[in-house]
Design a binder for this molecule. Structure first.
Ligand code: ATP
Length: 358
């Protein structure tokens, strides 16, 4: 599997080197370097305005490169001062609103942009794509008569029609409702993986990024904060921002003393941190265990403030002794706890994440 190799050891389909992009005085993308291997699906995730779409627009040629270089399969697409026009780039792009042509049929939409090919070849490719996307019987239909999921697949077929070396998907599922989104997402990932085309997906939904990406790139304020596999991002986030992006955490401020950190949930070792270092300790709400009082020597007493049943899980809000601090636990299924109930909370030391406070 391609994931078994470190990204540096894989041949790259897409290479972004030192990309910086400004809109007037705003730096939207700040010194971003990223390689995407053939067959790899990389998801870029981050809050609104962190520069995700700008990166895609630079790769597709909708935005002119100001600094840095973009190459696909060894071919330089753009540097400052030299730029291949969008239509000559081996890049397929799918936008969040699908951007289908309303006056063209499904087949017409997919054929669009292939005018440089002989007619027979063009038709063969359209038929092939419509079959892959289970759209053959809608070939002569117009986009407005299709469901959201079907329109999505037409947009994907159009993006793949010119046999691009790289596919760019910008918030591909945001126009679909929650239920449809899951099934369409699975279908799209299956098609993309089967095609083997290197793909970059932009999303603001961390769960979507983890589900789709071999690798997930986290951006904040124009910069890449961390690029890793979903498991590494979740278990070993580079900083508190990344930790919080992938799920709710309890956070404590502390100071390292004699190589140790004392938190309200127990003492942990902090090798490598000089004494006096101010740190933030974070632990995931689903890693907190609740046990009967006194059941475990490593657990601390807590009192239930309130709880909410969320279907797959119960979220419990707890008071730590001494007042003030409030923590949360997320327990699988329905857990019957009552406000005021005394319990003990245990947190495995190896699940505590420690970040120096900048
Ligand atoms: N054409 C433009 N002119 C001026 N500023 C722009 C332009 N396009 C984007 N920006 C600004 O650049 C920053 C990055 O925008 P970008 O659209 O790349 O972010 P994003 O992460 O994709 O956000 P979103 O998730 O909301 O789409 C934002 O602050 C945005 O307001």
């Amino acid at each position: 599997m391609s994931d078994a190799l470190p990204s540096s050891a894989r041949p790259a389909s897409v290479v972004l080197s030192g990309i910086t992009h400004r809109y007037a005085r705003l730096t939207a993308v700040d010194d971003v370097s990223l390689s995407v291997a053939p067959k790899e699906v990389v998801c870029i995730v981050g809050p609104s305005g962190c520069g995700k779409s700008t990166l895609l627009r630079l790769i597709s040629g909708l935005e002119t490169v100001q600094k840095g270089e973009i190459a696909v399969d060894g071919l330089t697409l753009a540097t400052a001062g030299r730029s291949l026009p969008p239509e000559r780039r081996p890049v397929g792009m799918m936008f969040q609103d699908f951007a289908l042509f309303p006056h063209l049929t499904v087949a017409g939409n997919v054929a669009f942009g292939q005018s440089d090919r002989p007619r027979a070849e063009r038709r063969r490719r359209v038929d092939e794509l419509l079959e892959t996307m289970a759209l053959t019987r809608y070939a002569d239909a117009y986009p407005h008569t299709l469901s959201g999921g079907q329109q999505q697949r037409v947009a994907l077929a159009r993006a793949m029609a010119r046999d691009p070396k790289v596919l760019l998907l910008d918030e591909p599922f945001s126009a679909l409702d929650e239920q449809l989104r899951r099934s369409v997402r699975e279908e799209v990932v299956r098609i993309i993986r089967a095609s083997g085309i290197a793909t970059i997906v932009v999303t603001h939904d961390p769960e979507e990024a983890m589900e789709m990406g071999n690798r997930v790139v986290v951006m904040e304020a124009g910069r890449i904060v961390q690029a890793d596999t979903p498991v590494t991002l979740y278990r070993r986030p580079a900083n508190s921002f990344v930790a919080r992006l992938f799920g709710e955490v309890n956070r404590f401020e502390a100071t390292v003393r004699d190589g140790q950190i004392v938190t309200p949930l127990g003492r942990i070792m902090a090798p490598g941190f000089p004494g006096g270092t101010k740190v933030e300790v974070a632990c995931r709400v689903e890693d907190l265990e609740l046990v009967p009082p006194g059941a475990r020597p490593d657990a601390v007493p807590v009192r239930v403030r309130h709880s909410s049943f969320l279907g797959p899980a119960t979220r419990v809000c707890l008071d730590l002794p001494g007042g003030g601090s409030e923590i949360h636990a997320r327990l699988p299924g329905h857990v019957d706890v009552r406000p005021g109930e005394e319990l003990s909370a245990a947190m495995a030391a190896e699940r505590m994440m420690v970040f120096p406070v900048e």
